[in-house]
Design a protein around this ligand. Structure first.
Ligand code: 5RP
Length: 291
């Protein structure tokens, strides 16, 4: 099958279903993620909790860092670019990463436009807080969506809010009479053909993962219970007391989210979770980036 077609990009994303994608900043962390059963890793300079602490401008990771991670593992390697940074995206595509995350966790490069992702052979994942935002990203060519949550906080409340919002809107569209679709599409700023596809499928046309704030196995299970296709975790693993155990437990929790007895076992002895932050006390809300 020809590389870079819509079918291949979307199908590749579907292979991550029911899995955990872990942010990693070194080869050593990438190996921990792979051994824990992560379906992919996301190479970046710092996990979101440290990006938050450091402040300043957060950019695509250095080439040497991404290469180090690509050489360390055999699972797919994703990497982040700044919103709208078409040059960072071309660099990552040429480098041969498996997936690009056009991410609000990095400082946006363009305050109006996202990347035209149809123009690339490499698939993209993008963040969204509601159905309109998710469908705008898909219209631009995103082959995978992740709800944004509030990355780096260890606080699951925003991830829950965004997943519930997307799921509520999908249910609304499913029950909507055909004649209301055009007006609704206009209201949420989404192409009407994609709104019609959501109505037909009863879900987004691409996989939808949860991200931002997952800090315990129960948080990961919660996102699956709410209808997520899988989970991204960064700070929740590598800012916990015992990343190896936490990583394994989160992978297990995603697989067995509907089995409370198993979740008891999985949640035992994971060590201390990362410290959490209250959303109203934050200086920066990363989720507000993207349009
Ligand atoms: O940025 C991401 C996806 O693009 C991260 O994978 C995710 O949001 C991590 O958040 P956290 O550090 O809160 O787990």
């Amino acid at each position: 099958m020809e590389k870079g077609t819509w079918v291949v990009k979307k199908g590749f994303a579907e292979m991550f279903k029911n899995g955990v994608i872990m942010d990693v900043t070194t080869a050593e962390q990438a190996k921990i993620a792979e051994e824990a059963g992560a379906v992919a890793v996301m190479a970046l300079e710092r996990v979101p909790a440290d990006i938050r602490k450091a402040g300043g401008v957060a950019r695509m990771a250095s080439i040497s860092k991404i290469k180090e991670i690509m050489e360390a593992v055999s699972i797919p390697v994703m990497a982040k670019v700044r919103i709208g940074h078409i040059a960072e995206a071309r660099v990552l595509e040429a480098l041969g990463v498996d997936f690009i995350d056009e991410s609000e966790v990095l400082t946006p490069a363009d305050d109006k436009y996202h990347i035209n992702k149809h123009d690339y052979k490499v698939p993209f994942v993008c963040g969204a807080r509601n159905l309109g935002e998710a469908l705008r990203r898909i219209a631009e060519g995103a082959a995978m969506i992740r709800t944004k949550g509030e990355a780096g906080t260890g606080n699951i409340v925003e991830a829950v809010k965004h997943m519930r919002q997307v799921m509520d809107e999908i249910r609304l569209v499913q029950n909507m009479p055909e004649e209301e679709l055009v007006t609704y599409a206009k209201q949420i700023g989404a192409p009407v053909d994609l709104v019609a596809e959501v109505k037909k499928l009863g879900r987004l046309p691409v996989v939808n993962f949860a991200a931002g704030g997952v800090a315990t196995p129960a948080d990961a299970a919660l996102m699956m219970m709410l209808g997520s296709d899988g989970v991204f975790v960064g700070s929740g693993i590598f800012k916990s007391k015992d990343p190896k155990r936490m990583a394994k437990a989160i992978v297990e929790a995603v697989l067995h989210y509907d089995d409370p007895e198993k979740l008891v076992k999985i949640s035992e002895d994971v060590g201390e979770a990362m410290e959490g932050l209250e959303i109203d006390k934050l200086d920066v809300h990363l989720q507000e980036r993207g349009w």
